[in-house]
Design a protein around this ligand. Structure first.
Ligand code: NAD
Ligand code: MG
Length: 392
């Protein structure tokens, strides 16, 4: 039996890599629905190659454009648009698995829809979990969904942990997330105020979307991953550590009480964790190259410098703060990164926007999706004003 898959964010970096892996296994997987925000031409190409039942664009304008193009090409794909349609193809009864690869908090609602419908949910969209962990995990439990991490670090940890999750807390001493350190790991911190979006997006090891690339340069990506790990694996925040490993070969590690460390290694290629999520517990060809140990560069490890990466500590601060603090941090950071990409604020000012927003927005225990979205919107307003003040 082939599995029917919905890909949320199919035109993005993770979405395209997911289609690449699926195309290697047509006997196992078929595309049920593809969703995207703005890239109509790429979506049309994906429709022609993968023949999904549904193609969904986020806005009506892009949806109508796609519908016209699909009709002109004579493709038998039903085109829909809007947030509700994205949720509908996530929760559709004929869907077996959902790849959540939208960037940002915008992915939370469709993730929840898939979780409530009990899907196998492959989670790349870490912001969704950061924003709404309690609500999200409750939906997973109540819907009977299977949550599989796609983030390479979390896939590595999942692969390094015992199958029985009820033993993790007892057996594990620490989770150690590796980080590449991004493009500015050795740059003089005094010059970080001058870096351009192009420089920040030029990651040394991974090719990714622009938002996560900037997050890798500030290490806010690792901060979000610390929060993600805390909720995925249920360990206290002080048992999660970050170490810089510039070669990105060791994708993360679990240290046990007896001092043993179990790690997962591989070339830096997101198709490997995507293939693991698609096939788990099976192992299938991902298209990534195999590691050749005899030609590897020397592997090195170093502590992250808090002066260079001041945002990293915000992960533990947010986890100790009142419920909803991580949602405020995420919203602030999404706004700040966009302002940097639009050349409205400097790279080093991203952290200032985050700090100002955290200080100004006090969350009131958000307990539902609506309350989370309200908090997210409030934090965005405050962050936007902070960015505008810096710009002025
Ligand atoms: P990307 O920017 O390349 O792609 C984002 C996708 O989401 C696109 O298809 C876009 O159309 C869609 N999208 C954006 N805003 C939307 C909205 N408001 N409504 C509906 N769809 C929307 O991003 P990416 O690099 O593929 O990252 C996707 C997610 O995966 C992020 O959460 C990121 O942190 C995570 N992730 C990515 C990588 C990577 O290697 N790229 C690795 C680990 C985790
Ligand atoms: Mg990662």
């Amino acid at each position: 039996m082939t599995q029917r898959i919905t890909i949320l964010g199919s035109t993005g970096s993770i979405g395209q890599s997911t289609l690449d892996v699926m195309a290697r296994h047509p006997e196992r997987y078929e595309v049920f629905a593809l969703t995207a925000a703005t890239q109509v031409e790429l979506m049309l190409k994906q429709c022609a190659s993968f023949r999904p039942r549904f193609a969904v664009m986020a806005s009506e304008a892009h949806g109508r454009q796609l519908a016209e193009r699909v009709q002109a090409e004579g493709l038998a794909v039903e085109v829909l648009w809007g947030a509700q349609a994205i949720e509908a193809v996530s929760a559709h009864p004929e869907v077996d698995a959902v790849m959540a690869a939208i960037v940002g908090a915008a992915g939370l609602a469709p993730c929840l829809a898939a979780a409530r419908a009990g899907k196998r949910l492959m989670l790349a969209n870490k912001e969704a979990l950061v924003v709404g962990a309690e609500v999200f995990l409750q939906a997973v439990r109540e819907g009977g969904a299977v949550l599989l991490p796609i983030d390479s670090e979390h896939s590595a940890i999942f692969q390094s942990l015992p199958d029985d999750a009820s033993t993790w807390d007892r057996r594990v001493r620490k989770i150690i997330l590796t980080a590449s350190g991004g493009p500015f790991r050795t740059r003089d911190p005094q010059t970080l105020r001058e870096v351009t979006p192009e420089q920040a997006c030029a990651h040394p090891n991974w090719s990714m979307g622009r938002k996560i690339s900037v997050d890798s340069a500030t290490m806010m990506n690792k901060a979000l991953e610390v929060i993600e790990a805390r909720y995925l694996f249920g360990l206290a925040p002080r048992r999660i550590e970050v170490v810089i490993h510039p070669q990105s070969i060791v994708h993360s590690m679990v240290q046990y009480h007896d001092t043993s460390v179990v790690a997962q290694l591989g070339v830096p290629d997101m198709r490997a964790p995507i293939a693991y999520g698609l096939a788990w517990p099976e192992r299938i060809d991902s298209g990534a190259a195999h590691l050749d140990f005899t030609s590897l560069p020397a592997m090195t490890f170093e502590p992250p410098d808090p002066a260079r990466f001041p945002g990293l500590q915000l992960a533990w601060d947010a986890l100790e703060g009142p419920a909803g603090t991580a949602a405020v941090l995420n919203a602030a950071n999404e706004v700040a990164v966009q302002a940097f990409l639009d050349r409205r604020i400097r790279f080093d000012q991203i952290h200032h926007v985050n700090l100002e927003t955290l200080a100004a927005v006090l969350p009131q225990q958000p307990a539902t999706l609506d309350e989370l979205l309200l908090l997210d919107a409030r934090a965005r307003e405050v962050a936007e004003r902070a960015a505008q003040r810096l710009q002025a």
